[in-house]
Design a protein around this ligand. Structure first.
Ligand code: WT7
Length: 657
C-alpha cells in the first residue's frame, strides 16, 4: 500500500473522546448489544428482525447451506412499504412529519406519515394501472424531491424491483443500466433545480430510449418539477400528476417473501461494465433499520434527521428511503447543491428545521473547512447532537473541524464504513458507548464479524495492514450481481474461501481500533463516489483520437481522489487533434458525456508510451507516482525503463490543467 507511511502517522492518534455521561444515559444503543451478539449472533439478528412487522413470522434466521447465496428469514413474509408507512399511521403517528422537503429555489413542503402513506398508495395503484407486476423492474431517474422516495416506496409496495440511476449519469449510462435490468417503466422528471438553474433530466431518458434501445420499456412516467418544455412520446409518456392524481388512495400492502428482490443498484467494479448489485427485502430492511436507529441514536419522536446523500447511491437508499422511514423518523430532504445560493445553505437548513442528526461525506466537510468556520458560525447549529460520515476515510483534521464547528465540540461523530454491496453500515462506533478516535471507523457493529488478512489469508492481529474481510454473512448483504452469479462468486468470494472480500485495505491499531486504508483494486473514490478505472479507460478509447488510455486515482485535497488519465493518441489523428489543451478538453467532455460529469477526468496527460511490464500489464502504481508528483518508484520490472522519464518530463512541461 503506497500510502502506508502516511497511515503510520495517523495510527498514533492520541486524541480520544469519551462519551459524556449525559449522552450515554439517554443513548439507544446499549453496551449489552455487543455481548448479546457475541453470545448468540443469529438470535441477535432474529431479535432485530422481529422489530419489523411480519405478515408471516419467520422460523429460520439464516440459511447458509449454499454459500455465497444466503437466505435470511426465508420462510417469513413482510411488506417493505407497510413497515415504513402504514404501521406508523396505525400506531397513531400519522401526524408526525416524515419529510421536510426543501427545494433549491426555496420552496418547501412538510409531509406527514399519513400523507406520505396516502401518496405511496396512490402511486402504487398508478403503477399497477401501468401494468407493473411483482418482480418487474422499474428504473428511477429523478432529482431529490419527495416523489423520489414515494416512487421507491410504491415500487417496493407492489413487489416490483427498482433500479435507481443517479441523475448525474449520462443518457449512455442510463441506457445500459435500463437494458441490463430490462426495465418496463422509467420514472423521471422534466428536471430538477441545481446550482440555481433548472437542470433537465427527461431529454436524457428520451435519448436513452431512442433508436430502438431499451425495448423493454413500455412507459415513461414524468413528474413536473421545473416546468421546462419536454418532448412527449404519445402512448409512451405519462404525466405523474394525472396517473397518480387520479389513482385511488386505497391500497392494501400484500406480503412478499423475505427474499423477494427489492432493488438493483449499479456500482462500478474493476471492469468496464457496472455491476447490478441485488438486494432483497427482509434482511435488508432489518439491518437498515437497526443501524439507522443505533448508529445515529435516533429518538424518532424528537429528532430531526438529515442525510445529504442522493437516492442514486446506496446511502440514499438505506439512510433516506428505507432506514429512517422504517424507524418512523422525521427527515429533511434537500434538492440542491450546498453552494446555492451560497455556502451557508446547509447550515440555514439545519437552523430552519432544527436538524439534530446530520449524516454526510468527508468531501463535503473538507469543502466547508477550506472556506472557513465563519460560514457555519453565522448559523444556530445548537440542535445538532450526532454527526455521521460516510464514503471514504475521514482525515483527522476534517474530523476535528466537523466536531468543533458543526458539532459544537460535543456531538459524537460516527465514521461509518460500508458499501453498496453490504447494504447497510458494518463498521462504526456507537454513540454513547465508543470512545471516539478521529480518523478510525473503530469496530464492527454488534452482529458483524470482520478480520484483516494478509494475501495468503492469515489473520493479522493488531499493528499490521492487510485486506478487510467479513467472515460471517449479514442480513443486508448483497444476494448477487444481476444476471451474473459467476462474477458475484469471483469478485467477492474467491480470494478467500467462504469469506467476503471487500476490496479495502485495513489495519487494527494497537488499541484494537480499525482503520480503513482505501481500495486495493482498480476502483477509485472521487468525492465518495465509486468509479472504475477500466470504465473510464473504455470511455476514453471509444473516442476516435485515442489509441490507448490508462486511468489512475490521484490523491486530491478536496475530493479524496481525482481522476487522472494518461492517453496515447492515434498516429493518424495527431493533426486533427490539435494541441494537448484542445485534446484534453475534448476528451474530458467525452467522458462526461459517456458516463456522466462525476467521471470527468481532472487531468488528461497526452503521452507517447505507457509504462508496461514485459507481460504487457500497465503499471498504474508508477502513473500514480507521476500524478501525485512523487518520486517514481521501482521501475525495474518495466519492459522499457526510459518510458517513465518521457512521461514525467511531459508532466513537468505543464500538460495538465
Ligand atoms: C467504498 C464503497 C457506503 C456508502 C457510500 C459508498 C469506501 C465507504 C468509508 C469509510 C473509509 C469508506 C470504501 C468502500 N468507504 N465508507 N467510512 N471509511 N472508506 O458506497 O460507492 O459502494 O463505495 O467506499 O472504499 O469499499 P460505495
Amino acid at each position: 500500500m503506497s500510502a502506508d507511511h502516511e497511515i503510520e502517522n495517523l495510527l498514533h492518534e492520541e486524541r480520544h473522546f469519551a462519551p459524556s455521561a449525559e449522552f450515554a444515559k439517554q443513548a439507544i444503543a446499549k453496551p449489552s448489544l455487543y455481548e448479546e451478539a457475541k453470545t448468540d449472533r443469529l438470535g441477535f439478528w432474529a431479535k432485530q428482525a422481529r422489530k419489523l412487522h411480519w405478515h408471516k413470522p419467520f422460523t429460520q434466521t439464516l440459511d447458509w447451506s449454499n454459500p455465497p447465496f444466503a437466505k435470511w428469514f426465508a420462510d417469513g413474509q413482510l411488506n417493505i412499504s407497510y413497515n415504513c408507512l402504514d404501521r406508523h399511521v396505525e400506531a397513531g403517528n400519522g401526524d408526525r412529519t416524515a419529510i421536510f422537503f426543501e427545494g433549491e429555489p426555496g420552496d418547501s413542503k412538510e409531509i406527514t406519515y399519513a400523507e406520505l402513506t396516502r401518496q405511496v398508495k396512490k402511486t402504487a395503484n398508478a403503477l399497477i394501472d401501468l401494468g407493473i407486476k411483482p418482480g418487474d423492474r422499474v428504473a428511477i431517474y429523478l432529482p431529490m424531491i419527495p416523489e423520489a422516495v414515494i416512487a421507491m416506496q410504491a415500487v417496493a409496495r407492489i413487489g416490483a424491483v427498482h433500479s435507481v440511476i443517479f441523475g448525474g449519469f449520462s443518457a449512455e449510462s442510463l441506457s445500459s443500466r435500463i437494458e441490463d435490468a430490462e426495465a418496463k417503466l422509467v420514472i423521471t422528471a422534466d428536471g430538477g433545480f441545481r446550482k440555481g438553474k433548472a437542470s433537465a433530466l427527461k431529454p436524457a431518458v428520451d435519448e436513452a430510449l431512442s433508436a430502438g434501445k431499451c425495448a423493454s420499456v413500455k412507459n415513461v412516467l414524468v413528474v413536473r418539477r421545473t416546468n421546462q418544455d419536454v418532448d412527449w412520446v404519445e402512448g409512451r409518456d405519462v404525466e405523474w400528476s394525472q396517473a397518480v392524481g387520479e389513482a385511488s388512495d386505497e391500497h392494501e400492502a400484500k406480503p412478499f417473501d423475505a427474499e423477494h428482490p427489492l432493488f438493483i443498484l449499479y456500482t462500478s467494479g474493476t471492469t468496464g461494465k457496472p455491476k447490478g448489485i441485488l438486494h432483497t427485502s427482509g434482511g435488508y430492511l432489518t439491518q437498515a433499520a437497526y443501524t439507522h436507529k443505533n448508529v445515529f441514536d435516533l429518538h424518532a419522536d424528537s429528532d430531526v434527521y438529515w442525510c445529504t446523500a442522493d437516492i442514486g447511491w446506496i446511502t440514499g437508499h438505506s439512510y433516506v428511503a428505507y432506514g429512517p422511514l422504517a424507524n418512523g423518523a422525521s427527515q429533511v430532504i434537500y434538492e440542491g447543491t450546498p453552494e446555492t445560493p451560497d455556502w451557508g445553505r446547509w447550515w440555514s437548513i439545519v437552523q430552519k428545521y432544527g436538524v439534530s442528526i446530520l449524516y454526510t461525506a468527508p468531501t463535503a466537510i473538507r469543502s466547508f473547512m477550506k472556506l472557513g468556520s465563519q460560514i457555519p458560525n453565522e448559523y444556530n447549529l445548537e440542535t445538532i447532537r450526532v454527526l455521521g460520515s460516510v464514503g471514504e476515510p475521514i482525515n483527522p483534521e476534517a474530523w476535528m473541524w466537523y466536531r468543533k464547528h458543526i458539532g459544537g465540540s460535543h456531538a459524537p461523530i460516527m465514521d461509518t464504513w460500508w458499501q453498496t454491496e453490504t447494504g447497510a453500515i458494518m463498521v462504526s462506533p456507537l454513540p454513547g458507548i465508543t470512545t471516539l478516535k478521529p480518523g478510525s471507523a473503530q469496530h464492527p457493529l454488534p452482529g458483524i464479524e470482520a478480520e484483516v488478512l494478509d494475501d495468503e489469508g492469515n489473520v493479522l492481529g493488531r499493528g499490521h495492514a492487510g485486506l478487510l474481510v467479513l467472515t460471517e454473512p449479514w442480513p443486508s448483504m448483497l444476494r448477487g450481481i444481476w444476471k451474473d452469479p459467476e462474477r458475484f462468486k469471483e469478485t467477492y468470494w474467491s480470494k478467500f474461501e467462504g469469506q467476503y472480500f471487500a476490496g479495502d485495505g485495513a489495519k487494527w491499531d494497537e488499541e484494537g481500533d480499525l482503520w480503513l486504508l482505501g481500495r486495493v483494486d482498480d476502483v477509485m473514490n472521487v468525492s465518495g463516489h465509486r468509479l472504475s478505472t477500466a470504465e473510464i479507460e473504455s470511455a476514453l478509447v471509444s473516442h476516435h483520437y485515442v489509441a490507448e488510455a490508462a486511468v489512475v486515482g490521484a490523491k486530491d485535497e478536496t475530493t479524496g481522489q481525482a481522476v487522472v488519465a494518461f492517453v496515447i493518441l492515434r498516429q493518424n489523428q495527431l493533426d486533427a487533434a490539435g494541441s494537448d489543451a484542445d485534446v484534453s478538453k475534448i476528451l474530458r467532455d467525452h467522458v462526461s458525456k459517456e458516463i456522466g460529469p462525476i467521471a470527468r477526468p481532472r487531468t488528461i496527460i497526452v503521452v507517447k508510451e505507457l509504462p508496461k511490464t514485459r507481460s504487457g500489464k500497465i503499471m498504474r502504481r508508477l502513473l500514480r507516482d507521476v500524478a501525485e508528483d512523487r518520486p517514481i518508484g521501482d521501475v525495474t520490472t518495466l519492459a522499457d525503463t526510459s518510458v517513465m522519464d518521457l512521461i514525467s518530463g511531459k508532466l513537468s512541461a505543464g500538460a495538465s490543467d
